[in-house]
Design a binder for this molecule. Structure first.
Ligand SMILES: *Cc1c(COP(=O)(O)O)cnc(C)c1O
Length: 375
């Protein structure tokens, strides 16, 4: 491992934990459910290539992405399994998706028509997954009116494309079962009206749904955040921690009473203090909202972030933490000794969700994967 990667700030990604989390999903939904791990947004910011290398070990049915480019990237990595684009494609992206042999989620008859047009220029039929909107309200055919769109959809799906799947997306599986049940009933109603051929793959469970309502099953599941270490709701199994985020102590100084720190001078020393400057900032994706709220672990102790976070550096109060030197390791997410700052705690403190924290880390932070031996 080149030390250069660890000379300023970095993300450590534990391959074994990702694999263990994926296995926990499989254990919940049962081995007969097909696995479509979601690897959109560079595998939630952790690095597509390495994530896929790990997930391939579970022999997934395919992978889920949100954009044509992400599917093209998977093909460039040599992935030959089905790749499903679950988000609506802009009309200009359909040709690229078809050229890369991606399967396409369709939400409207016009969208389906665009796929048919693109596929008529190629030699094979394009795989299509029909999305049904059961309350998410961002994509899909309206579950109430399958009698209207169903016949035209079926005509096209059964002749001009390869009808691979039908799916819907749960909006509140992290919060409880009630809303999921409503959506499941709507999905079933739409399918009753539509009567897709028996080979069509049904899928509706994200991570939280896979843990909370595995009995909804369908033929396949689409887990994302749980694989990457984000919790999926109270009362549900917790994932193993996959990421930790580290920086270096690059400056230490003593502050006198009334000294201020950071833009806007929003923190003032109440007593003589010791402040350590860490080499990570919002330009690395550390949420700026953690200013005066978050903490770092230094020498196995919790050091509160003082003042606003800058683009490149963050200052923590290490008063009373002995033996800290420039060059020492600081942990923004992860464990140090018996102390721990979890991804979910950081998300909560920053008034956001683990997904946004993970995907917010910028390319400035190298992703250092560990435990990759043997694959
Ligand atoms: C992102 C996404 C998922 C995965 O959701 P998680 O909450 O990360 O498990 C599944 N399905 C669709 C359609 C998605 O967009």
């Amino acid at each position: 491992m080149s030390t250069q990667l660890k000379d300023r700030a970095w993300i450590e990604v534990r391959a074994n934990a990702l694999l263990a989390n994926a296995e926990a999903i499989v254990a919940s939904v049962g081995a007969e459910a097909l696995l479509i791990p979601m690897v959109k947004a560079d595998a939630y910011g952790l690095g597509l290539e390495q994530a896929v290398r790990q997930l391939e070990r579970l022999n997934p049915w395919g992978f889920g992405v949100a954009t044509a480019q992400e599917g093209v990237d998977l093909r460039a990595l040599g992935v030959s399994r089905p790749v499903v684009v679950v988000s609506p494609l802009s009309p200009t992206a359909v040709d690229r998706a078809v050229a890369a042999d991606l399967q396409i989620g369709v939400s409207s008859l016009e969208g389906l028509e665009a796929v048919v047009n693109a596929s008529s220029r190629g030699s094979r039929k394009v795989g299509v997954h029909v999305e049904i909107d059961t309350g998410m309200g961002r994509a899909g055919f309206d579950w109430r009116s399958a009698a209207e769109w169903g016949p035209a959809l079926k005509r096209v799906c059964e002749t001009d494309v390869d009808w691979v799947g039908c799916y819907t997306h749960l909006h509140s599986a992290d919060e409880g079962a009630a809303a999921c049940h409503d959506q499941q009933v709507r999905f079933s109603q739409a399918l009753d009206a539509l009567q897709p051929p028996s080979g069509v793959l049904l899928h509706l469970l994200n991570s939280a749904g896979s843990m909370r309502l595995p009995e909804f099953g369908g033929g396949a599941v689409r887990p994302g955040i749980f694989l990457y270490g984000g919790s999926v709701g109270s009362g549900l199994p917790r994932p193993d921690a996959v990421v930790s985020v580290h920086a270096r102590v690059v400056h230490i100084h003593d502050a006198m009473v009334n000294d201020t720190v950071g833009y806007g001078a929003t923190h003032r020393a109440q007593a003589p203090s010791t402040w350590a400057t860490l080499s990570i900032g919002y330009g690395d994706g550390l949420p700026r909202a953690l200013g005066n709220r978050g903490a770092a672990l230094v020498s196995g102790r919790r050091a509160p972030i003082v003042g606003r976070i800058s683009m490149d550096v963050t200052v923590v109060d290490i008063t009373g933490i002995g033996g800290v030197s420039v060059g020492d390791l600081a942990t923004l997410i992860g464990t140090d000794g018996d102390k721990c700052i979890t991804l979910d705690e950081v998300a909560r403190l920053a008034d956001t969700i683990s997904y946004e924290v993970l995907t917010g880390f910028t390319p400035r932070l190298p992703r250092i994967w560990t435990g990759l031996d043997g694959c």
